[in-house]
Design a protein around this ligand. Structure first.
Ligand code: NAI
Ligand code: 13P
Ligand code: ZN
Length: 360
């Protein structure tokens, strides 16, 4: 190797720098919500806390967290309502600026609101999921709906995750199944990432990719064990969701967990707002994108079925024509994120795919 080439490689190696932020304390298990005061004390985050939760999730666990901390901290609360997400985030930021640290208690929307507000006000954030419905529990990204479709924003990765399996197992099974589908979608997200790497030279993180794939594999292999209202299932899925979020934090983007199937899901959210949960739509999308990649699409469909997640647009109250429109509109969502759906899918093919792959 010439001296010039060696110097070039050296420069490349020494120029490289990356900052990954990962959770410090991850506490998962039965009744661990009781350990929140100990976690806060261990991390020495300050004297005042903002607890962000939703209308329903405040009753499910938010009030409990408020009561547990009331003796030792100055506690303020914020309700992440169903209104305009950007407006909610702005208000949450104003509230976070008055507190020493932030705790998000709820589903994906609440946790995203709390983690963006924390990031923008430079506050530490603790993630307390009430459902294993999404892999944003531990990630450093937030997915926020806008008029142009969901955008992926930088967000505060949780310094701690406290996931109480008793709370999570009590949630409707649909939420757990949706979280499983969000993880199973990692398979196709990774294939899209590799495609973009080969075709466009997009940088790839081997570690993030491997962790994301391994997480999907563990869940895929254990699909038979995922049962409604079982704490063991809640434990298995929550661990996978944390691991998938860590993969995103390693990558510094949602790439390891979000490809064409997510663009399809975001397009559906625009075309049929409120129909289906996030993970449900991603799982349905992954059936088609896996087929387009030439992979085991039937395996994806069958594991979703086993877990109890929907496998057709009809399963979430969406008609086939809307699914076709979402497949075609996927390319308009985050066009810089190249996926198999950005390779010239025609309307005729989209219609054929929907007819062929979405049969009960
Ligand atoms: N930041 C990231 O990396 C990621 C973010 N997301 C985002 O997360 C959101 C999806 O999260 P979801 O949790 O599916 O939606 P969500 O936050 O809207 O929650 C769905 C419903 O479940 C209810 N719920 C939560 N816990 C419950 C419990 N224990 N019992 C009964 N009901 C309960 C909520 O009140 C809500 O009505 C989307 O906005 C999505 O974009 C999804 C994946 C990754
Ligand atoms: O949902 C995600 C990973 O599961 C990430 O969300 P985005 O598709 O908005 O990046
Ligand atoms: Zn997702």
């Amino acid at each position: 190797m010439s001296a010039d080439r060696i110097n070039l490689l050296r420069t490349k190696v020494f120029d490289k720098s990356k900052w990954m932020q990962l959770p410090r304390d991850v506490v998962i298990g039965h009744d661990v919500i009781e350990q929140i005061p100990a976690v806060c004390e261990d991390l020495a985050l300050g004297d005042s806390v903002l607890i962000v939760s939703g209308g329903q999730t405040r009753d499910i666990a938010g009030k409990k967290v408020e009561a547990l901390l009331a003796g030792s901290y100055d506690v303020a609360t914020f309700a992440a309502n169903d209104g305009d997400p950007l407006e909610t985030i702005r208000k949450a930021e104003a509230a976070a600026a008055e507190a020493g640290f932030v705790i998000g208690v709820g589903g994906g929307r609440v946790i995203d609101t709390a983690k963006i507000a924390s990031y923008n006000t430079d506050r530490h954030f603790i993630s307390v999921p009430t459902a294993a419905s999404h892999d944003g529990i531990a990630s450093s990204r937030a997915s926020v709906p806008t008029a142009e479709g969901n955008v992926s924003l930088a967000a505060e990765p949780p310094i701690a995750v406290v996931a109480d399996t008793a709370v999570i197992a009590s949630a409707p099974h649909r939420l757990l199944a949706s979280g499983c589908a969000d993880i199973i979608a990692n398979y196709t997200a990774i294939l899209d990432w590799e495609l973009s790497h080969r075709l466009r030279g997009e940088p790839l993180s081997e570690y993030a990719l491997t962790l994301s794939r391994m997480t999907a594999e563990i869940l895929f292999k254990n699909a038979d064990l995922i049962k409604p209202h079982s704490e063991e299932s809640a434990w298995l899925v929550t661990k996978a969701l944390v691991s998938s979020g860590v993969a995103m934090s390693i990558a510094g983007s949602s790439r390891p967990g979000s490809g064409g199937e997510h663009k399809f899901s975001h397009a559906l959210e625009k075309l049929a707002p409120g129909k289906g949960l996030h993970g449900e739509k991603c799982g349905i999308g992954a059936i088609i994108t896996m087929y387009l990649h030439g992979g085991d699409w039937e395996g994806i469909r069958d594991s979703l079925k086993k877990i109890g997640a929907p496998t057709t647009p009809a399963g979430i109250g969406v008609d086939d024509e809307t699914a076709v429109a979402a497949l075609l509109a996927a390319r308009t969502i985050r066009p810089e994120r190249f996926t198999i759906l950005d390779m010239g899918l025609t309307e005729e093919s989209a219609r054929d795919l929907v007819k062929m792959l979405y049969r009960e």
